[in-house]
Ligand binder design. Structure first.
Ligand code: ADP
Ligand code: ADP
Ligand code: ZN
Length: 209
């Protein structure tokens, strides 16, 4: 199954993609993770992306489209995948249609006030990318999965968060109509607890786990 997770920053795309990918045994393709790795490694792509990401803007379509096209051509994507964070603009969605067939689009719906709270409390593992929220860490500063240090992403600082929400509403939200028109959209209430959200997504996909 080829699946897209759509939703604003902080909606729970990464958290849920990880769980659903484990359940369905398919890879999670997170463009944010790919770009952050490129920045850490100092590659050409990483250098190009950095100023956009730090400002809460989207990186240019042509940069990200090539990355995704290459990634989806790899062997582990043959049985399906979850795209987490792509497409984010209508031109990206149109490009995707030329090299992939999408079966389902899961839209995670969460109100802006809750998103600000989630993003400002988000902590991520520098090594494995696992995501936490300060409300569940009880002061712990290391990753449960690999023991590495947890950090706050630069673009989760208050001044950038509001900009990212605006970018979402302006540039990414039009994709809801795009996929509704194709009959692929499944809207999920992302404000429920994590486990209930996971169940709702699996139900919507007609999958059992
Ligand atoms: P979040 O999980 O908070 O929605 P991501 O980790 O998906 O954020 O993305 C972080 C940043 O990486 C974005 O703000 C944007 O600058 C860049 N980015 C990720 N995916 C894309 C994309 N498909 N198109 C353009 N920029 C992207
Ligand atoms: P996205 O990938 O859409 O930007 P994340 O999965 O990184 O979102 O989640 C953003 C923050 O919200 C993280 O701190 C995460 O722990 C928290 N979070 C995710 N899902 C829920 C939920 N259902 N209820 C409360 N907090 C959540
Ligand atoms: Zn870790």
């Amino acid at each position: 199954m080829n699946i897209i997770f759509l939703g604003p920053p902080g909606a729970g795309k990464g958290t849920q993609a990880q769980k659903i990918c484990d359940a369905l045994n398919i890879p999670q393709i997170s463009t944010g993770d790919i770009l952050r790795r490129a920045m850490k490694e100092g590659t050409e792509t990483g250098k190009k992306a950095k100023s956009f990401i730090d400002a809460g803007q989207l990186v240019p379509d042509e940069v990200i489209i090539d990355i995704v096209k290459e990634r989806l051509a790899m062997d582990d994507c043959k049985q399906g995948y979850i795209l987490d964070g792509f497409p984010r603009t209508v031109p990206q969605a149109e490009a995707l249609d030329t090299f992939a067939t999408i079966d389902s689009v899961i839209e995670l719906d969460v109100k802006d006030e809750e998103l600000v709270n989630r993003l400002s409390g988000r902590r991520v593992c520098v090594k494995c990318g696992a995501t936490y929220h300060i409300s569940m860490l009880n002061g712990k500063i290391t990753c449960d999965k690999c023991g590495e240090e947890l950090i706050q992403r630069n673009d989760d600082k208050a001044e950038t968060v509001l900009n990212r929400l605006k970018v979402y509403h302006d540039q990414t939200a039009p994709l809801i109509g795009y996929y509704e028109g194709k009959g692929l959209l499944k809207k999920i209430d992302g404000a429920q607890g994590m486990d209930n959200t996971t169940r709702a997504i699996l139900d919507a996909l007609g999958a059992k786990a």
